[in-house]
Design a protein around this ligand. Sequence first.
Ligand code: CO
Length: 214
Amino acid sequence: MEAYKKLLLTNKAWAQERLKIRPDFFSRNVEAQTPEFMWIGCSDSRVPAEEITGTEPGELFVHRNVANLVVHTDLNLLSVLQYAVEFLKVKHIIVCGHYNCGGVKNAVTHNDFGLLNKWLRQIKDVYRLNHRELEAISDPVARFDKLVEVNVSEQVHNLAQTSIVQRAWEDEHRPTLHGWVYDLRTGLIKEVAMMTPDSQIEDIYHFDFHPKGH
Ligand code: CO
């Protein structure tokens, strides 16, 4: 059997199994979704968002890209973010990176990856912003782990720097932003960052939605 056919067969068995456990498993979610969480994760096949968090269909609004980056010119991510915040009104946005991330690892080499160079460049910036802390770590594995962590923290800050999040913080006092790192070696998630509507962001990134005198 061709490998892809196994996926379709497994899907049939999965759907039957779900209905056996809960007859309204599918019908309850047909009309609308009301997820509490937006998930920004890495595309890596080893980090399945729903599986590692025990969430079911309808619970996570998911965006994944190489190295879980929040890039302010990424129309795709910004559209997902706007929809999640303004329409779905998610309460939490989780940026989840992972140790042994190929994107992060390759970004700090001098290799030429073609188009990917432009994407991975964001991580070179993260390295530059944190180079003192990183270069103080002599063990290469520990340094790589730290880069994964600071990359997640930077992406959480990138979220806070969007007008989408700032407007929601001002008007509706949500969402809370979380930075997590998943450990492929243990299956466990480590919390590395959190920002709430009360968090201070650097002044230069702050938008004034109600300017006086305009
Ligand atoms: Co990755």
